[in-house]
Design a protein around this ligand. Structure first.
Ligand code: PGA
Length: 254
């Protein structure tokens, strides 16, 4: 089973637009029995979309709080997201890390989210690739381990890792990574997960690729790139492109 996650970011700006998009994604997902589809809309739409989507698509949040409850203006607790129908939450996205979220904050969020019953989609990825020294491997290892500090091993079944090299994400991306870049990191991440949670859990944890994924390069990350699925930003907010990616994911999985 492949996992395809759409991170709508702030690309979808009205409830009508969100509903139209989710209905068409639902159609594509309905024909893709080998693909688990999760969409992560802006938080206020979660409740409504979770009611339209059930069983065919799962609905996730793009962030959750580092605190469980209390005087935290503007924060949304993982328990609240769960209560309104979210099943997943993206944590540690580079666009949030750029706003000042540290590994320690992300680790607290992850513990609370899994405790609330959400599946955590934890993003890791190096900022840049300079030099030939392989610095990116140590960077991703450190980020992964620090972001999973305190994460309970019994929660390992509710964990997804997304490898998203920052230089490949969003409108300022230089290029997508190559399937080879992806494969190396999948192996590395799996090795460290194995150290944390044991080999069995590590092999059961989906590792996704994200960063400038489109209809043309998507398949390569899951075939030669060894990824268990994709985390898609821009293209997930465009009906035809996202549906095309779901279709081709089904094709390579069946
Ligand atoms: P992108 O974003 O597909 O638009 O590069 C990926 C992400 O930020 O998750």
């Amino acid at each position: 089973m492949k996992l395809v996650v759409g991170n709508w970011k702030m690309f979808v700006g009205t409830q009508v637009e969100a509903e139209v998009l989710v209905r068409s994604v639902k159609k594509a997902a309905g024909k893709a029995s080998a693909v688990r589809v999760v969409i992560c809309p802006p938080a206020p739409y979660i409740s409504r979309l979770a009611r339209i989507a059930p069983s065919v698509i799962a609905v996730g949040a793009q962030n959750s709080s580092h605190e469980a409850k209390g005087a935290w203006t503007g924060e949304v607790a993982a328990t609240v997201l769960k209560d309104v129908g979210a099943t997943h939450v993206i944590l540690g996205h580079s666009e949030r890390r750029a706003l000042g979220e540290t590994d320690a904050i992300i680790a607290r969020k992850a513990v609370l989210a899994v405790k609330a019953g959400l599946t955590v989609i934890l993003c890791v990825g190096e900022k840049d690739r300079v030099g030939e020294g392989g610095e990116q491997y140590a960077f991703v290892r450190d980020q992964l381990l620090a972001s999973l500090e305190g994460f309970p091993s019994r929660g390992a079944g509710s964990l997804v890792i997304a490898y998203e090299p920052v230089w490949a994400i969003g409108s300022s991306a230089k290029r997508a990574a190559t399937p080879q870049d992806c494969r190396e990191m999948v192996v590395l991440i799996r090795k460290h997960l194995s150290g944390l949670f044991g080999q069995r859990a590590a092999f059961a944890t989906p590792i996704l690729y994200g960063g400038s994924v489109d209809e043309k390069n998507a398949a390569g990350f899951m075939t030669s790139g060894a990824a268990d699925g994709l985390l898609i930003g821009r293209a997930s907010a465009e009906n035809e492109r996202f549906s095309a990616i779901i279709n081709l994911t089904q094709k390579i999985s069946s």
